[in-house]
Write a protein that binds this ligand. Structure first.
Ligand code: HAM
Length: 410
């Protein structure tokens, strides 16, 4: 037997209703905020993902890279933002004023597989291009909150500011100096981060409960006046509009392109914290990929995690199961008419004796079972059985709609 690839999973038909419901809700909410869908390729050129100066673990260690038959170096997208920025520049979408796009789709990261950490996983998210004001940041945060509310997910918005490039350069040195004093106590990953990406130490789940961690420098204390004013502005709008948030001074993101506002959506799951989504402002990604100076903000959520946190959704009811006792009695017009009346209808795909066919039909739990055998066929009639009451009548074909609407009377 050939099994699925490690770190991947199947979404089976009995699990799909939550996924479908999720997609319906997010498409509705995104559209109500004026966002249009964008679909970019799953494969991108290696250089788009492996950008110079990007030292994030994701880009360094977790991408699926391969040479195609023409020796082009290709990468399966580990996230959507870079591909969408490429599409923005390549298709000159910057001619429009602001651009609001959303996406839903798979991503690939070669991570150690565990619960909610897959090598193929799905994200939905948005990018708002060419919007530099705190109003844009708040729009995104409000969008996140609306989606959580619509899906009845209990999660908190954690926000922070990592300032601009200048702030981060100063802060990087500060944090390097600070944690260098505790080299013996740092976990192996953080020892490595000390050289490659010191900011990420703040986000370490292994070291963050250690005593020396509490007094470490925090980005908020190093913001210059402009970044401080921007962050305060965002907070004051959130407060005024009763949008809930928590300031998390240790919050830094796993990707390297962020400036200023960063945020994560955190939920409790099975006694631990689960990052459902994250995002923030990125003011230099477009220009670093040779596009015009364009300031942006966006977020993405992991759909497996969102689905796990959503309450169960009601299964669609099966209205009718039609049993044709012989292939000669098959009636396509009957099935079409029922479906055109908005009913969900299944019919037998195997010819079986009545008893076995009924057992099979009951397994699907329809509201009504329609039986069409020789007598019914010859008399232009249908036997209809109500699942709940088990009452049964034989009626002329055109009378079944009334019965389906009103039920079988005793
Ligand atoms: P990210 O934090 O890397 O951000 O991913 C967003 C969400 O995707 C995470 O919070 C998590 O729920 C989910 N996720 C990430 N990796 C995995 C995995 N291996 N298995 C399952 N779920 C996973 C981004 O991707 C940014 N592009 C977000 C963004 C958009 N920033 C600005 N615009």
């Amino acid at each position: 037997m050939i099994n699925r690839v490690k770190g991947t999973y199947d979404i089976l038909p009995n699990e799909i209703s939550k996924w479908n419901y999720l997609e319906t809700v997010i498409r509705r909410v995104f559209s109500s905020f004026g966002y249009s869908e964008i679909r970019t390729p799953i494969m991108e050129n290696y250089d788009l993902i492996h950008r110079k100066n990007d030292s994030s673990d994701m880009v360094k260690k977790e991408t699926y890279d391969f040479l195609d038959h023409s020796s082009r170096m290709i990468t399966l997208r580990p996230e959507n933002t870079a591909g969408i920025v490429r599409a923005y520049i390549e298709n000159k979408l910057y001619v429009s004023n602001e651009l609001r796009v959303y996406y839903i789709g798979p991503n690939f990261r070669y991570e150690r597989p565990q619960k909610f950490r897959n090598r193929q996983f799905y994200q939905f998210g948005v990018e708002l291009f060419n919007a530099n004001s705190s109003l844009a940041d708040v729009e995104i945060l409000s969008l996140v909150n609306t989606i959580l509310k619509e899906l009845k997910i209990d999660a908190k918005l954690h926000i922070n500011s990592i300032g601009d490039l200048e702030t981060r350069t100063i802060f990087r040195e500060e944090i390097k100096n600070y944690f260098s004093q505790y080299k013996e106590d740092l976990c192996p990953d953080c020892l490595n981060r000390l050289e490659t990406n010191p900011l990420r130490i703040l986000d370490c789940k292994v070291d963050n409960h250690k005593e020396f961690f509490k007094d470490s420098p925090k980005p908020l204390d190093y913001l210059n006046d402009a970044s401080k004013a921007n962050f305060n502005e965002i907070i004051s709008i959130l407060d005024k509009n009763n949008i809930d948030y928590i300031i998390d001074k240790n919050l830094v993101r796993g990707l390297d392109y962020y400036d200023e506002l960063v945020f994560e959506i955190i939920a409790d799951y099975d006694g631990s914290k689960l990052a459902v989504g994250g995002g923030g402002r990125y003011n230099h990604l477009v220009s670093s990929l040779d596009g015009p100076d364009t300031k942006c903000v966006g977020f993405a959520c992991g759909m497996e995690r969102v689905v796990a946190l959503m309450p169960e959704v009601k299964e669609e009811v099966l209205d009718c199961y039609a049993i044709f006792l012989d292939y000669k009695y098959y009636d396509d017009e009957l099935l079409s008419n029922l479906r055109n009346n908005g009913l969900k209808v299944l019919s037998n795909a195997t010819i079986l004796p009545l008893k076995k066919a009924l057992t099979k039909a009951f397994n699907e739990n329809p509201k009504y079972i329609l039986i069409i055998g020789e007598d019914e066929y010859n008399n232009n009639s249908i036997t209809i059985k109500e699942n709940e009451s088990k009452l049964q009548v034989t009626v002329k074909k055109d009378e079944i709609y009334k019965i389906i609407k009103e039920g079988i009377k005793k």
